[in-house]
Design a protein around this ligand. Structure first.
Ligand code: NDP
Length: 282
């Protein structure tokens, strides 16, 4: 039986720590504010933005909301970002993705000041991570590091395999594991002998976007298995990229879906907001 790594409990611990830091800043007269920008009314994005605002309320961070119509032009959005970049009262800027098709996401991400890039998507933030300098780190992989550490597992010297090389999960995940002194391998759709590579892993992070693809034949006995995937099955139940029923009996520790990686993303966004004060001071 594997240890179940509980993302709900760990994300609550992190939000409580953020809450304490926010109130310590308040005692010094420092308020922290996050600008949350939503363009259009995509139902999933509306839910995510709502959850982010709730987490702000819980931690004591001010959320300043900009709900723009679907037909907002790229120029109008860039103008708003410029205004927020220059507003001393705003510490973090979050533009909810995906954006409507007529807006170039890359341009928008690059327009956000790296000093306020709490999502950690700006090329400067990614570059800082890759050369080991301080900066904002993408929330999902940062949350996974917390899940691994707080579940009691060591990363240093361990064989870490990441399946997936996306800019928001796989690549920053690999860099963070490397920063923690893991021995890191990145796999993707062209990897040969995927099973053999995965079987070497002490820590296996799965971010492929394919429901239940990873079963026990990919997993070494006792490995820590982190499932980033999230899918709604035909039975309307949520599942991950890992076949939990198959892997749980052989893994040493495993994250469930839901209740594993998912809740960590917003907790780490709150953590990035509180860290923004120190980053902006520097
Ligand atoms: P992407 O689709 O951007 O990347 C998927 C990666 O998996 C690619 O690098 C791809 O390789 C690789 N891949 C696809 N098929 C295979 C295969 N058969 N064998 C090996 N590698 C394969 O996905 P994301 O990184 O954005 O997300 C991954 C999953 O995590 C999704 O289910 C997503 O919904 C979920 N997610 C969950 C979050 C959370 O908060 N819980 C946050 C973000 C994502 P190649 O590059 O060669 O195409």
């Amino acid at each position: 039986m594997a240890q179940i790594i509980d993302g709900k409990v760990i994300s609550k611990q992190i939000k409580d720590e953020v809450k304490e830091k926010v109130s310590a800043y308040k005692a010094q007269g420092i308020e922290i504010s996050l600008a949350v920008v939503l363009v259009g009314n995509d139902p999933a994005s509306t839910v995510y933005v709502g959850n982010k605002k709730k987490a702000c309320e819980y931690t004591g961070i001010n959320s300043v909301s900009y709900e723009l119509p679907e037909d907002t032009t790229e120029a109008e959005l860039l103008e708003l970002i410029d205004k927020l970049n220059n507003d001393d009262k705003i510490n973090g800027i979050l533009v909810q993705l995906p954006l409507p098709k007529h807006i170039d996401e890359d341009k928008v991400i690059k327009a956000i000041s790296p000093l306020k890039d709490v999502d950690g998507f700006h090329p400067m933030s990614v570059g800082a991570l890759s050369i080991g300098q301080p900066g904002f780190v993408s929330c999902t992989p940062a949350g996974i590091i917390e899940l691994i550490k707080r579940s009691g597992a060591d990363i240093e010297g361990k064989e870490c395999v990441v399946i997936g090389r996306s800019n928001i999960v796989g690549k920053p995940m690999a860099l963070l594991l490397l920063r923690e002194n893991g021995t890191v391998t990145i796999c993707h759709s062209r990897t040969k002998n995927l099973k053999e590579v995965c079987k070497r892993a002490d820590i296996l992070v799965v971010a492929i976007g394919r429901p239940k693809m990873i079963d026990k034949s990919y997993v070494k006995d006792g490995a820590v298995v982190i499932d980033v995937g999230i899918h709604r099955g035909a039975d309307n139940k949520l599942c991950g990229d890992v076949d939990f029923a198959s892997v749980e009996p052989v893994a040493g520790a495993i994250t469930p879906v839901p209740g594993g990686v998912g809740p960590m993303t917003i907790a780490m966004l709150m953590n990035n907001c509180v860290n923004s004060v120190a980053i902006q001071k520097k």
